[in-house]
Structure formats: C-alpha cells, structure tokens
Ligand binder design. Structure first.
Ligand SMILES: *Cc1c(COP(=O)(O)O)cnc(C)c1O
Length: 360
C-alpha cells in the first residue's frame, strides 16, 4: 500500500454545509432554507446567466488560459495592470497556489484563530506550519500576529472581514502592522466579503499595494456576485508575485463559463447594489432581533453574523443547530456555543428568527 506523510493523514477534512436535498431526505421535510455558506440569497445576476448560457456552446474548446477579457475588465475596474492579476478556480485555489509557491517544508504561516479553516488545511497539506494567533473579541490581534513572525515565516493571512466573525481590522491597525512586517514576508488580505463592507475605516488594500506594501489581496465571485458554483476568484499583487503564481498554476485553471459569467457579473451594477442593500437591511433586522433576544454577537461587516448564547442553562451551539435543522433552517455551528448565520432574504431571516425563538 502506498504511504502518505503524517501531514496528509492527519488533516481533518473540511466539512462543507449539508446540501439541502440531503437534509430534506434525512428529515423528511420540504422547503428548508440554507443560511450556512454565505452565498448570495439573490443568486447570480441575470446578465451573468445570459452570458453563461450563450458561452455554453463554446465549451468544446479550452478556455483562454490567460483569461484576457476578464483580467482586462478587472484591471480597469480596479485601476491596476493585467500583470498584477491572477485568476483562480475560486479564490481558494489562489490560497493553495500561494502556499505551493512560497511555503517550503517547515516554513511558517501566521493565521488568526478562528479564521477561514481552509488556510490551515492547505498549509498542512503543503508541509508548512500554521502559527495561530487568537482573535480578541472576534477581531484579528494584529500586534500579536506581527510578533509571531519569525525568520521562517513566509505568509501572514489577514481575513478582512474575518470569516467566521464578520469583523474587520481598520486602516491605522493595518498601517502599524505592515510597518512591522519584514519585506520578505507576504501578507495575504483575504477580502472575500469586501464588497459588503460599509465601515469607512476599512483599509484600501489597493492603495497599500500602490505604495509598495508586500501584500496580495484575494477577491471572489462566490459571494456578492452569486457565482459560488462556477468557482472563480482572483488575486491582485505586484507583477513579480503574480508571475510566480502564474508559473505554478495550471494553464487552464479558470474555466470558460466562469470567465464569461464573472465578466458579465462585474458589469451588473444593479445586481451588485441590490445585493448590498438587501444585506444591509437583513443585517439590521437580525442584529435588532438578537438584541431583543439577549443573544451575543459580533458586529458584522460581511453577509453573515457570528452569535452565541452565554447563559449556563442555555442550549449549546450544537443543540441550537440541530433544533433549527428540524425546522428546516440550516446554519453553521462553529464549536462551543458559537454559530454563524448567513444573512438571507427577508422572509428567510424571519423564518430563522422565528425558529430560533422557539428554541431559546
Ligand atoms: C467564501 C470565502 C472565500 C471564497 O472562496 P472561493 O474559492 O472564491 O469560493 C475565500 N475566503 C474566505 C474567507 C471565504 O469565506
């Protein structure tokens, strides 16, 4: 039997949320709602769907391996050069590329905890070592993360807004942090939820990049653009960094419908604004309901809210998740008392709150 390294055998596989069909079959229920994976409840833009449908007859051909049209559109959208952009099969692939490109066995990667669990998995699979720095009140502890950087550190992940807590780190904290980071370390700003942020103190990673900061920022079409199933994301950095990632990536890593759909989605300002506005409304509603119920939560800058119950006799997070499941509401349990709910359409948010009220 072929042998595998301990790094691989000891990985705990990522557990995605349960597909709706499977849950309904298990529980014998219908019309359940899924508020577990931070997808856009409005779905994709009609323009994107139209463009994808039109492109389907082309799928006998390989996609444009350089992703010219999409990168061209992204470059003018963000006022960067094409050679500063790498496309990925979801931004998850770019996380993987970063680790395969820059992390050698035994190298260290500094990440916050809890944060996006994929970082740790990929670091381990790449034979690197994750150095985890606990959040403070749901927020990255950037001073401690800077102190955790050693000669072995290659990458630092700053998930901003952070998944699962929804919090951000602000401009001055990030400036102070970057001033302490050695130039041969790359800081990865994972901005999967950037388009939802309303706080004016959110750092402008593009301007940091223009000033020469050693950073890469990651964005995705999976969240506000509603194209999670297509798998398309991108990274923006200095041409040299992007050049390395391009050497390592597969030549046709982003597929044809994804490139075409993303291009159309990027130009659909109406769908973008509707998605943002709906999220803001839902966030205000859910926060107010949590206040009324006496639930604790972190103020969110994303399309989800992290919440928990504190009382000694309160149900646990797992109990709440299961009781909600029985009422056809799927949210995410994060361990201990903590849960994460994706902000949905208003009727979904109401159904979730009503179900939650029955439980606590
Ligand atoms: C959802 C999410 C992503 C997006 O991943 P894709 O591969 O682009 O779908 C990236 N980072 C974080 C923190 C996320 O929550």
């Amino acid at each position: 039997m072929i042998k595998v390294s301990k790094d691989i055998s000891q990985i705990k596989p990522y557990s995605p949320g349960k597909p709706i069909a499977e849950l309904e079959r298990e529980l014998g229920i219908m019309d359940s709602i899924k508020l577990a994976s931070n997808e856009n409840p409005l779905g994709p833009s009609k323009k994107a769907l139209h463009a994808i449908r039109k492109a389907l007859k082309e799928v006998g051909r390989y996609p444009d391996g350089a992703g010219f049209s999409l990168k061209d559109a992204l470059a003018s959208h963000y006022k960067v050069e094409q050679n500063q952009i790498v496309l990925g099969n979801g931004s998850n692939e770019i996380i993987e590329l970063l680790i395969r490109t820059f992390v050698m066995p035994g190298d260290e990667v500094v990440i916050a905890h809890p944060s996006f669990s994929v970082y740790r998995l990929i670091v381990q699979a790449g034979h690197g070592k994750s150095v985890e720095v606990p959040l403070i009140e749901g927020v990255h502890d950037l001073p401690r993360m800077a102190k955790a950087v050693t000669e072995k550190t290659k990458l630092v992940f700053v998930c901003n807004p952070n998944n699962p807590t929804g919090t951000i780190v602000g401009k001055s904290e990030v400036d102070a942090f970057l001033s302490k980071i050695p130039k041969d370390v790359l800081v990865v700003f994972d901005e999967a939820y950037a388009e939802y942020v309303t706080d004016e103190n959110y750092p402008d990673a593009f301007s940091l990049l223009r000033k020469g900061a050693p950073i890469i920022l990651l964005r995705t079409f999976s969240k506000i653009y509603g194209l999670a199933g297509l798998r398309i994301g991108y990274g923006i950095s200095h041409p040299k960094i992007i050049g390395y990632l391009n050497r390592v990536r597969q030549p046709f890593n982003s597929n044809l419908p994804a490139q075409v759909g993303a291009l159309a989605a990027l130009s659909d300002e109406g769908h973008f604004q509707d998605s943002r506005a709906m999220n803001e409304k839902g966030k205000r509603y859910l926060s107010r309901q949590f206040d009324l119920m006496g639930l604790s939560y972190f103020p969110s800058q994303a399309n989800f809210i992290y919440f928990y119950l504190q009382g000694k006799s309160s149900p646990t997070g797992a109990q709440i998740q299961n009781a909600l499941l029985k009422q056809g509401v799927i949210i995410r349990h994060l361990g201990g008392p903590s849960l994460r709910v994706t902000i949905g359409r208003q009727h979904e948010n109401k159904r979730f709150i009503n179900a939650l009220r029955c439980i606590i």
